[in-house]
Ligand binder design. Structure first.
Ligand SMILES: NC(=O)c1ccc[n+]([C@@H]2O[C@H](COP(=O)([O-])OP(=O)(O)OC[C@H]3O[C@@H](n4cnc5c(N)ncnc54)[C@H](O)[C@@H]3O)[C@@H](O)[C@H]2O)c1
Length: 252
């Protein structure tokens, strides 16, 4: 997996966009779409307001948007429609992407029933499982097909993205089948690393990892809160006696 993705053109060549910027562009697009829906025709948005709504600072926002070219009007802001279209174009969100979902258990059924993908340009077009108790059933208005049909169904439906929500032990076999069906982009919820050809992009999703990152930031914040207290409480106060041990704040 690369840390950069192809993006805006510069002098006829594609200018690579860092992955973190791509993630934030998706966030800006979400804000812009909500804004367009909610305010019926707001035309201009300031970089400060867009940055604040997306939870980033204005400097970072301007740097991110610089990958698109210059769409801002200095001192005024960004044209909402133009910026929405441009970010959509860069993210490929201006056209529908057909998605196949494999593994219709707890997670797969929740994903298949989620209505929010369509508004972002993702259409769940095919569902696959191998459990005879699930194959033939309908989830989110689609019938679950047997994985053996994946090649034929995915090609016929023009599926370009596969989502794996099977147990870890089945994920590699499922990935191989999706790749053989012509799919070059895979979102993998199953734990573990998949082996795929170089031209296939796999994005692992690991909520436990995200929670660990949150926990890390939380313990950093706790440590930062503790340090000023330690300093304050160890500073010699008036009447301090050198033989007296310094008091240090301890949180449990
Ligand atoms: N990444 C995350 O943050 C995250 C969060 C929750 C679950 N998970 C993972 O997602 C996966 C699914 O979790 P779940 O709770 O929905 O499990 P589940 O057992 O409820 O569902 C798994 C489904 O996969 C199907 N399946 C099994 N082998 C298959 C195969 N070879 N081909 C097609 N389908 C097959 C089963 O029949 C079942 O319907 C697990 O690997 C789990 O660890 C990941």
């Amino acid at each position: 997996m690369t840390g950069q993705v192809g993006g805006a053109r510069e002098g006829g060549r594609q200018r690579a966009i860092p992955e973190a910027t791509v993630a934030r562009l998706a966030l800006y697009l979400q804000v812009l779409i909500a804004l367009d829906d909610g305010t019926a025709g707001q035309e201009i948005i300031s970089s400060e307001r867009l940055a604040q709504s997306a939870g980033v600072n204005s400097a970072k926002l301007r740097k991110d948007l610089s990958y698109l070219g210059s769409y801002g009007i200095r001192g005024v802001g960004y044209d909402v429609r133009t910026l929405t279209e441009e970010i959509s174009r860069i993210l490929g969100a201006h056209r529908a992407h057909r998605v196949a979902l494999v593994g219709l258990g707890n997670l797969g059924q929740a994903l298949a029933g989620y209505s929010g993908f369509a508004g972002r340009g993702f259409v769940i077009s095919a569902l696959f499982d191998v459990d005879p108790g699930r194959v033939g059933r309908e989830v989110g208005g689609r019938v679950i097909r047997h994985l053996d049909e994946a090649g034929q169904v995915c090609r016929a439906a023009g599926v370009s993205i596969g989502v794996i929500a099977t147990p870890a032990g089945a994920a590699q076999q499922v990935a191989d089948i999706l790749v053989a069906a012509g799919i070059r982009s895979i979102l993998n919820f199953a734990p573990g690393v998949l082996t795929v050809p170089d031209d296939v992009e796999v994005r692992p999703v690991d909520l436990a990892l995200e929670l660990q990152i949150l926990a890390f930031h939380e313990s950093r914040r706790d440590a930062e809160r503790l340090v000023p207290r330690v300093i304050a409480e160890t500073e010699p106060a008036a009447g301090f006696h050198p033989a007296e041990p310094a008091r240090v704040a301890v949180t449990t």
